[in-house]
Design a protein around this ligand. Structure first.
Ligand code: 13P
Length: 258
């Protein structure tokens, strides 16, 4: 991680925690790391828990995120939620293009791009996810896949807007499997992502964008991953559902930020 970027530790709760459970987990996390200032911290509950969690976070430095949104501002899109609706609940980050949404809900790079631009226009900070499958890695296609996802997902985003942008590299084979990319493997892809961002937005803007690693990140492997030059934080699934382990990841980043 470079000095010019601040670590971001982001929890993705996925489809876990109802409104009450979410508030309880949020309150435990606030007690552990709510006043943290060296590291940016956020977590992303399900839509139904946003309001109760938002209340728990009101006196803390922890930001609220959502896991998805629609790119239109309003209208006949049954079951969807807009950026404006999220802003109304004090949401500041939104995860977009997670591999689970790409796989189970058919999200394409074009849709991810529409959502990313809509999020930026609404002053939300998009966390745009990219990552290769095991098959693609074994066929030596990782870099090509990532490049396509980054270029298509971010098409039309300006250097100025990109200050709010976060990218997350999540190798699909490492999500929820206990298999983590080694720090060297992850760093190699993060560097390619940075270069790709520089091609799209210029070196200066690319140097400011945080690139998070996601995929079985936990207290035991976080130090080595976060110590890599181009790993600027984590997008954490399983380990974000336990206050102690999530707090420990925040502490790892805070130690490295000193
Ligand atoms: P795990 O940390 O459970 O592997 O999930 C990673 C992830 O998908 C975060 O978005």
């Amino acid at each position: 991680m470079s000095n010019s970027r601040k670590y971001l530790i982001a929890g993705n709760w996925k489809m876990n925690c109802n409104a009450g459970e979410g508030a309880a987990l949020a309150s435990e996390i606030v007690a552990e790391v709510g006043q943290q200032t060296d590291v940016n911290v956020c977590f992303c509950p399900a839509f139904t828990a946003l309001e109760t969690v938002s209340k728990e976070l009101s006196d803390s430095n922890i930001a609220l995120g959502a896991q998805n949104m629609h790119f239109e501002a309003s209208g006949a899109y049954t079951g969807e939620v807009s950026a404006e609706m999220l802003r109304h609940l004090f949401v500041s980050y939104v995860i977009l293009g997670h591999s689970e949404r790409r796989e189970y809900f058919g999200e394409t790079d074009v849709v991810v791009n529409q959502k990313t631009r809509a999020a930026l226009a609404a002053n939300l900070k998009p966390i745009v996810c990219v990552g290769e499958s095991l098959e693609q890695r074994e066929a030596d296609e990782t870099i090509a896949v990532i490049k396509t996802q980054v270029e298509a997902g971010l098409a039309g985003v300006t250097a100025e807007e990109s200050e709010a942008l976060v990218v997350a590299y999540e190798p699909i084979w490492a999500i929820g499997t206990g298999k983590t990319a080694t720090p060297e493997m992850a760093e190699a892809v993060h560097l390619e992502i940075r270069n790709c961002l520089a091609g799209l937005l210029g070196e200066e803007a690319a140097g400011k964008i945080r690139i998070l690693y996601g995929g079985s990140m936990k207290p035991e492997n976080a130090d080595a991953l976060l110590a890599q030059e181009n790993i600027d934080g984590g997008l954490i699934g399983g380990a974000s559902l336990k206050a102690q382990s999530f707090a420990s990841l925040v502490h790892s980043a805070a130690k490295l930020a000193q």
